[in-house]
Design a protein around this ligand. Structure first.
Ligand SMILES: Cc1cc2nc3c(=O)[nH]c(=O)nc-3n(C[C@H](O)[C@H](O)[C@H](O)COP(=O)(O)OP(=O)(O)OC[C@H]3O[C@@H](n4cnc5c(N)ncnc54)[C@H](O)[C@@H]3O)c2cc1C
Length: 512
């Protein structure tokens, strides 16, 4: 998203153009936080500095500005919007949002909480989830108030709506076991625009709002290091502008909102090796982990660094869900109707990155696609098993067992819904490669800084680092692996970004 494509009225401000070339000490990006004593003079000062122009950063900036702070938002790239602007723009919201009510979709805070807290990883951040669910209807109202357009249309089809519908089942709510944990409800709220343009529309609205409130937006300014007082409080940030280091004094709070680290190969190897081989880094090129590293260097703890959204988007088309997914032992391991993030997680984290989709004539991809390549084809299951390296007879047994029950409308192992359950019968049979290296297998990271409910960054003792806030994929938030529904990430970014911005504006910093 280029700056001009966001909103023609948004023009780079000249706030930093008069910075003196005097102040900052020599800076090595990636090194430890800089003691304040090393900064000879500040080039400028601001109440709240937000680093990163994605949904987390812009929501933080809007709220901080509305709370009366002077706010500068810096973005390392020449374009604003981050991964948020590339995204589908889905926000996971529920508990009775205005849109759910208008479309007569029944939901409750309790059912939403049950789903988000029970359907994913063990020991999720329950305090964040509870707050997020309780305030979800009000948060959705806030998004609408920022100018994000939603239509009063829903769709029952699986997958991100490509029409202008604004409500759908964005996750694994209807698949087993999730549907037994909580009553399924449509909670994927997506801007009502045709095609994969929801994120762009969402960010246009948020950036335009920030600009109109008087947030100073500055591109091509990258944050390198935090500056700390002797007591650990954050005093400011060293940034790079046109190749030169500059020192920004921050009077109230710094909000780190630099996104995740899917494009940082070294960090992936170090922290999230299972995501390393996933074929498509899903995000903005500056998802390099800068904010996470700056936070760690200032004493922050980082959580869930190995977790991420690993995506196996086998549907649409929905007919392929009648096929079966098997592992290297030729055995099923999941309900095929599971959301992309749940299936992707199972393959990436639990099946050594390998799986195959086995289809018959009816469940085959019925159009030209290159996400998943056919690696075996034949007139019988025996014929395709012979082309794959499964243990002898394993795939035949899996299919026989599956068919024997499917014909009676039963799936004793994974309880596939009747909509998709039928025996595999009818040549040609095919095997499609779902492996993380060969398939279209996007991934992005979930691990990040440990934060309290208002975005305060915590150290490994659980103490707040004064003056430091973070939000979005810079933090370990609500999204955990397996990722159970589209929209939990941008939902978490926007919701906790707002809270971090408000808290930073209210912080009683050293105004010297
Ligand atoms: C194609 C695609 C579709 C997706 N669809 C959805 C969806 O529909 N719903 C959903 O919930 N999630 C979706 N996601 C995931 C989601 O987009 C991200 O998890 C989320 O947008 C992260 O937001 P953020 O504000 O934390 O970071 P970002 O939006 O990535 O913003 C961070 C910004 O910080 C900047 N930055 C980085 N380092 C520095 C630095 N040192 N100094 C200054 N600036 C810096 C970056 O350039 C970037 O602009 C999708 C992702 C992709 C790629």
């Amino acid at each position: 998203m280029t700056k001009s494509s966001v909103n023609p009225s948004i023009r780079r401000r000249s706030l930093l153009t008069g910075l003196a070339a005097t102040a900052a000490a020599t800076v090595t990006a990636g090194a430890a936080a800089l003691p304040r004593s090393a900064v000879k003079a500040w080039d400028m000062s601001i109440d709240v500095l937000v680093i990163g122009s994605g949904s987390a950063g812009v929501c933080a900036a809007i709220e901080a500005r509305q709370a009366g702070a002077e706010v500068l938002l810096i973005e390392s790239l020449s374009q604003l919007g981050g991964s948020s602007g590339m995204s589908g723009g889905v926000v996971y919201a529920g508990g009775g949002t205005a849109l759910q009510k208008a479309l007569k979709v029944e939901d409750s805070v309790e059912q939403m909480y049950r789903f988000v807290s029970l359907a994913g990883d063990v020991h999720p951040p329950l305090d964040k989830i509870a707050l997020y669910c309780e305030e979800s209807p009000a948060h959705f109202d806030w998004l609408v108030a920022q100018g994000i357009p939603y239509t009063q249309k829903l769709t029952l089809a699986k997958g991100l709506p490509m029409g202008d519908e604004s409500l759908y089942f964005s996750g694994t709510e209807q698949a087993w076991p999730a549907r037994e944990l909580a009553t399924p409800a449509m909670r994927g709220h997506v801007p009502g625009v045709v095609g994969m343009n929801g994120g762009r529309r969402l960010m246009e609205a948020l950036l335009s709002r920030a600009e109109s409130l008087g947030v100073s937006l500055r591109t091509r300014v990258s944050a390198d290091r935090l500056v700390t007082e002797s007591d650990g409080r954050i005093a400011g940030v060293i940034v790079t502008i046109e190749g030169e280091p500059r020192a920004i004094r921050v009077k109230r709070g710094v909000v780190l909102a630099c996104g995740g680290f899917i494009h940082n190969r070294e960090m992936l190897k170090l922290y999230a090796p299972k995501l390393y081989d996933c074929s498509v880094p899903w995000g903005n090129v500056d998802d390099q982990g800068d904010g996470i590293n700056m936070g760690i260097a200032a004493g922050a703890a980082a959580l869930r660094m190995h977790e991420g959204f690993a995506i196996a988007p086998i549907y649409p088309p929905e007919n392929v869900i009648s096929g079966i997914v098997v592992n290297a032992s030729g055995q099923r391991f999941i309900s095929e109707e599971s959301y992309h993030g749940v299936l992707g997680d199972a393959i990436t984290y639990h099946q050594k990155g390998q799986a195959w989709l086995i289809t018959d004539q009816e469940s085959s991809y019925n159009f030209q696609q290159d996400n998943f390549l056919p690696v075996a084809e034949g007139s019988s299951i025996n014929a395709i098993a012979a082309q794959l390296n499964f243990p002898s007879g394993a795939l035949q047994q899996t299919v026989a067992y599956y068919n024997q029950h499917a014909i009676n409308g039963d799936d004793p192992m994974f309880h596939k819904s009747l909509t998709y359950l039928r025996p595999l019968q009818g040549a040609p049979y095919k095997a499609w490669d779902l492996s993380v290296t060969q398939a279209f297998f996007p991934a992005h990271t979930f691990g990040g800084l440990h934060t309290a409910l208002d975005g305060e960054v915590l150290n490994s003792f659980g103490d707040i680092i004064p003056g430091l806030y973070a939000a979005g994929r810079n933090t370990a938030g609500i999204p955990t692996a397996p990722y159970i529904a589209s929209g939990l990430s941008v939902g978490d970014c926007t919701f906790f970004g707002r809270r971090a911005g408000r808290a930073a504006a209210a912080a009683n910093g050293d105004l010297a």
